[in-house]
Design a protein around this ligand. Structure first.
Ligand SMILES: Nc1ncnc2c1ncn2[C@@H]1O[C@H](COP(=O)(O)OP(=O)(O)OP(=O)(O)O)[C@@H](O)[C@H]1O
Ligand SMILES: [Mg+2]
Length: 236
């Protein structure tokens, strides 16, 4: 088991959002997380990434406790987070945005390791090379999403937490994002915890699925077990 979340409860001040959530991600596995708006999917990812204080329960990454560990610590262990909403620095160029990713990993872009990582990122996201010196704010929504993913990849993670990477994107770009997730798993061995509204697309890449409702995991299943897809839609 790579990531193990056990009986995790968390929220904001007096508002409890997550209620005893348990969930696992294996090495090299893509796990999809579905649920209504407000179900707590982002809160779960943010809590795993140490962005929601005062969480209770247990989170282990490769056996080590990481509950309430700060993001820098998690980054150092190999966890990267692509937040909901693109979150690129609009006034910085694509290259500068990627450099920030490296910086977060404590690596200079000019070092041998820095160059190697850059190369790896643009290998997965060739579009970035073409737009390297353009201000990120001038890219399309889909392209900005790729920059955001690229910045996370620059950290050289083994687990990627992705919060609705394809939100607001055209069907073609959604497919590209899903294909990218597949390539990252198949070629780079990355594990991905993927929050995705586009259930149909996510089912094409996920090996396992969790469904959340009002802060609770109400279903754990696999695409194969979902022979009756209708039952999944009815949960929403
Ligand atoms: N920073 C915050 N402060 C207070 N309450 C918050 C905060 N962020 C989220 N919430 C509340 O927590 C609950 C869960 O929100 P969350 O963003 O985790 O849902 P979600 O499943 O990601 O929804 P969506 O699909 O719309 O992104 C909601 O009731 C929301 O209002
Ligand atoms: Mg969300």
């Amino acid at each position: 088991m790579m990531l193990r979340v056990e009986n995790l409860s968390a929220g904001y001040g007096s508002l409890n959002v997550l209620d005893q959530v348990s969930l696992d991600v294996n090495e090299g596995e893509v796990v999809a997380l579905f649920g209504h708006n407000g179900a707590g999917k982002s809160t779960l990812l943010r809590t795993i990434f140490g962005l929601v204080g005062g969480a209770r329960g247990e989170i282990r990454f490769r056996g080590e406790r990481i509950l309430n560990a700060p993001p820098q610590t998690l980054t150092g262990r190999g966890i990267a987070f692509v937040p909901q909403g693109r979150g690129v620095f609009a006034n910085l160029t694509v290259a500068e945005n990627l450099r920030l990713g490296l910086l977060a990993a404590g690596i200079s872009a000019d070092s041998v390791e820095g160059k190697r990582r850059f190369e790896r990122v643009v290998q997965h996201l060739p579009l970035l090379r073409e737009r390297f010196h353009e201000r990120a704010g001038r890219l399309s929504g889909g392209q900005q999403q790729m920059v955001s993913i690229g910045r996370a990849l620059a950290l050289g993670p083994s687990l990627l937490l992705m919060d609705e990477p394809s939100i607001g994107l055209s069907p073609k770009i959604v497919q590209e994002v899903i294909q990218l997730v597949r390539r990252l798993r198949d070629e780079a061995g990355l594990a991905v915890l993927l929050v995705e509204q586009n259930v149909r697309q996510a089912l094409r890449v996920a090996q396992r699925i969790y469904v959340m409702k009002t802060g609770v995991v109400i279903l754990e299943t696999t695409p194969q077990q979902l022979t009756d897809r209708k039952s999944l839609w009815e949960l929403f």
